[in-house]
Design a binder for this molecule. Structure first.
Ligand code: S3P
Length: 195
């Protein structure tokens, strides 16, 4: 069942009108979800597939601040990181769009109510890449990437539970468990009516 198309939507009518917007005009599609959800790798795969620009908001934060994410957390703490994250998001949303675009958010960005509101007010789409927390934990362990908020398994699971309701507010939810990146990208493209 690895490549079976299984689309899980909620928000019914809203999702349909979002889809129409996306099919007809310039759109920003935000990939949201917890650490290890595959936001960046699915974003890159979607970008190749659809020929649309892709950006990772964490890269923009690092460029703007002149520091790595790990440095920002270490030197200034999480509150300062969140401020920098919202500033980067505001900047991105203000930029004139020449084409539709794909943006991967860091795991905490969409869980900040102010950020989710900015995204909704901009009439952008949000796609929640969902997976069971144990799979997310395993993916993060395999990636050996510096993640300041990937501390111990209990803290990881607790944070996931706390944030999950926020992710569920996204325009679409795509189940990624047991699927490879290309299959998830194909499912997102199809769900948005882009393929
Ligand atoms: C964070 C996730 C990270 C990065 C930062 C904070 C979080 O991004 O934005 O370390 O709060 O979950 P990824 O989800 O890409 O790891």
């Amino acid at each position: 069942m690895k490549d079976r198309f299984s689309k899980s939507k909620h928000g019914g009518g809203a999702a349909r009108s979002d889809h129409e917007k996306c099919a007809n005009g310039l759109q920003t599609v935000f990939l949201v979800g917890f650490m290890g959800a595959g936001k960046t790798s699915v974003g890159r795969a979607l970008s190749r597939r659809l020929g649309l620009p892709f950006e990772d908001l964490d890269d923009r934060i690092e460029d703007r601040e002149g520091k790595t994410i790990a440095q920002i957390f270490r030197e200034s703490g999480e509150a300062e990181f969140r401020r920098a994250e919202t500033a980067a998001l505001r900047q991105l949303l203000k930029e004139p769009q020449l084409s539709s675009r794909l943006v991967a958010l860091g795991g905490g960005a969409f869980a900040e109510p102010g950020n989710a509101l900015l995204i909704r007010d901009a009439q952008a789409l949000s796609v929640f890449l969902d997976a069971p927390v144990e799979e997310l934990l395993r993916r993060c362990d395999e990636q050996h990437q510096a993640r300041p908020l990937r501390q111990n398994p209990k803290q990881f699971r607790d944070l996931y539970e706390k944030r999950r309701p926020s992710y569920m507010g996204a325009s679409l939810r795509i189940e990624t468990s047991g699927k490879d990146v290309e299959a998830v990208a194909a499912e997102v493209a199809c769900s948005l009516g882009l393929e």
